[in-house]
Design a protein around this ligand. Structure first.
Ligand code: 13P
Length: 243
């Protein structure tokens, strides 16, 4: 399976950043799928700047309903209209900042699929849950409750304690968790579950990407901070080819 390197810009980036970043993506290596997920305000400009490029565009959240009286929210259909093809859902920062639970994330994933978007659903344990030996149990439960029937999207394993900290799990821990996620997906969705890409996210940098991407069942990376610099993002993409 080709690897997917996805950049999550979170709440960073200005209109003035878009043209240069998109132009730098002309140097993107073939053989790996690239996706950039900027804030809502940059989607349209990115869509125009990436026209003709192999780099895909995604958003970072959507509302579970197609339209309505939901001040400040944006629907999946509105995202699709900008040119986005993917949407990150259930990121731990949204779970923490906005109290999103598995049921809400599942409804958002359904809305995304209805609008023709590919959902990237994030799962991952906190540091306390890992220390308590609960990591696999927590992640399995998130998989079970936050993915809709027939899920043909992407899953991102992002241990909360590894996000923005410079810390990553050991190769053994990533391997074990990705195997557990694959088993849970296969049990829940059969053959469809075997085709779901499982990304690793949390402090992925050019220096550690090659080792992480070479691990079994790691189908790519969800990159935060390092995706803001085109050169770092491209370096990570190149390491996917060596993985
Ligand atoms: P960092 O790569 O900055 O640790 O962020 C990871 C992340 O949350 C991507 O969604």
């Amino acid at each position: 399976m080709r690897q997917l390197i996805a950049g999550n810009w979170k709440m960073f980036g200005k209109l003035a950043d878009v043209t240069g970043f998109a132009a730098a993506m002309n140097a993107a290596p073939a053989g790996v799928d690239l996706l950039i997920c900027p804030p809502f305000t940059l989607l349209e400009r990115f869509a125009a700047a990436l026209k003709g490029s192999a780099v895909a565009l995604g958003a970072q959240d959507c509302h579970p309903t197609p339209q309505g009286a939901h001040t400040g929210d944006i629907s999946a259909a509105m995202l699709a209209e900008t040119g986005a093809t993917h949407v990150i859902l259930g990121h731990s920062e949204r779970r923490a900042d906005h109290g999103e639970n598995n049921a809400v994330i599942r409804a958002k994933a359904e809305a995304a699929i209805t609008a023709g978007l590919t959902p990237i659903v994030c799962v991952g344990e906190t540091g306390a849950e890992r220390e308590a030996g609960e990591a696999e149990h927590v992640v399995r439960s998130q998989i079970q409750h936050s993915l809709p029937p027939g899920f043909a999207g992407v899953v991102a394993y992002e241990p909360v304690w590894a996000i923005g900290t410079g810390r990553t799990p050991t190769a053994e821990d990533v391997t074990a968790m990705h195997a557990a996620i694959r088993a849970a997906l296969a049990a829940q969705f059969g053959a469809v579950g075997n085709a779901v890409r499982i990304l690793y996210g949390g402090s992925v940098k050019p220096g550690n990407a090659g080792a992480l991407l070479a691990l079994p069942e790691v189908g790519g990376a969800l990159v935060g901070g390092a995706s803001l610099q085109a050169e770092d993002f491209l370096a990570i993409a190149r390491s996917a080819l060596r993985g």
